[in-house]
Design a protein around this ligand. Structure first.
Ligand code: SF4
Length: 341
């Protein structure tokens, strides 16, 4: 059904829009743990964790609670060693995020005497803190005015303003940010931004939105919501194949590789080999996983039991199955190893 275009103009009615949004959120907003706190550290952890990871995973699998139990404050995180840090993040992927989080904690401790700055410019000086994270800290920790645009908010704004141009080029991004700034509620930043994000996760979800029950439907200009937002770029998926070796020793320990200098640096995984080296070995397992724009086919070859005199390559070690729960293993490899064991 084609809706009539909003005639009053959303910007003219922004005060009523903000009130409608805030009222709906007060009644229907979800009770996430990071919404119960004003502690900038706990909010920063949630924001970093939720980059590229769904709320259901972060909460449902207990990552957020476990991480804060392991590193309850800036000091604990700043002092964390690589092994415990990666172990606490295991399964969330994008491990650079957690290393950068530790850098942020160290910078707040050393450069700001353990107190998070509130000023936007000072926040942006912290390592790993970009405009989005700085805005999230200002709004959610300090209830200060901020401009905050994530994927959900961009979609909601594109629909509210019936914006048919791509939102992922410079002009589109600029326009979306202008609208976000114009609509932002200076009196209740915390509620406003949380509500807008939640609207994008619920009624104004990707694909077919639920306009009939939307709390701000009367302010919305969208006539083709399901096809918005428009995007100009599609990142092509690249297929790659990884060949890994399953090798035990006479004591039934498993050969593992400790990754260094690569994207999984600090994590353990099965040693990978060039296909020419292990092509003749029987295949034990084949699985698929995705990472960024890669679709990886992981093939594990059975190397049997290593004979006497087998020499370990650099960064390889034998590990007993009983040690595996305490090691930070790359998630696709943990799944395969647990299945094969
Ligand atoms: Fe507009 Fe529908 Fe999204 Fe509400 S759910 S903002 S009415 S497109």
């Amino acid at each position: 059904m084609v809706k009539p275009r909003c005639t009053t103009g959303l910007l003219d009615g922004r005060a009523r829009f903000r009130t409608a949004l805030a009222r709906w959120f007060a009644k229907s907003g979800k009770d996430y743990p990071w919404r119960r706190t004003h502690d900038p550290y706990a909010i920063l952890v949630s924001e970093v964790m939720l980059q590229q990871t769904q709320i259901a995973t972060v909460l449902g699998k207990g990552y957020y609670t476990r991480f804060l139990a392991a590193f309850p404050d800036l000091r604990a995180l700043a002092a964390a060693d690589d092994a415990s840090l990666l172990k606490a993040w295991e399964g969330l992927g994008y491990y650079r995020r957690v290393r950068m989080l530790r850098e942020t904690a160290r910078a707040v401790l050393t450069d700001n005497r353990g107190v998070f700055p509130q000023d936007l410019e000072d926040l942006l000086k912290l390592p790993g803190v970009g405009p989005y994270t700085a805005g999230a800290l200002r709004a959610f920790a300090f209830n200060l005015p901020a401009v905050l645009v994530d994927g959900n908010v961009a979609r909601v704004l594109a629909r509210l303003f019936d914006f048919a141009a791509p939102i992922d080029d410079a002009a589109g991004l600029r326009q979306i940010h202008e609208w976000a700034e114009a609509l932002a509620d200076p009196k209740r930043p915390r509620i406003h931004h949380a509500a807008l994000m939640e609207l994008g996760q619920t009624h104004c979800r990707p694909g077919e939105p639920d306009c009939a029950c939307c709390p701000v439907e009367r302010f919305c200009s969208s006539t083709r919501a399901a096809s918005l937002p428009a995007k100009s770029r599609k990142t092509p998926v690249t297929k790659v194949t990884e060949h890994a070796l399953w090798l035990r020793d006479a004591r039934d320990r498993l050969l593992l590789h400790h990754e260094r200098g690569q994207r999984r640096t600090g994590l353990w995984q099965l040693p990978t080999r060039d296909l020419t080296e292990i092509a003749r070995l029987p295949v034990l397992s084949e699985s698929l996983y995705s990472i960024t724009r890669y679709r990886v086919s992981l093939i594990v070859h059975d190397g049997g039991t290593a004979g006497r005199g087998f020499r370990l390559a650099v960064d390889e070690a034998w590990r007993a199955p009983s040690e595996l729960p305490d090691l930070a293993l790359a998630a696709p490899f943990r799944r395969v190893i647990e299945r094969l064991l």
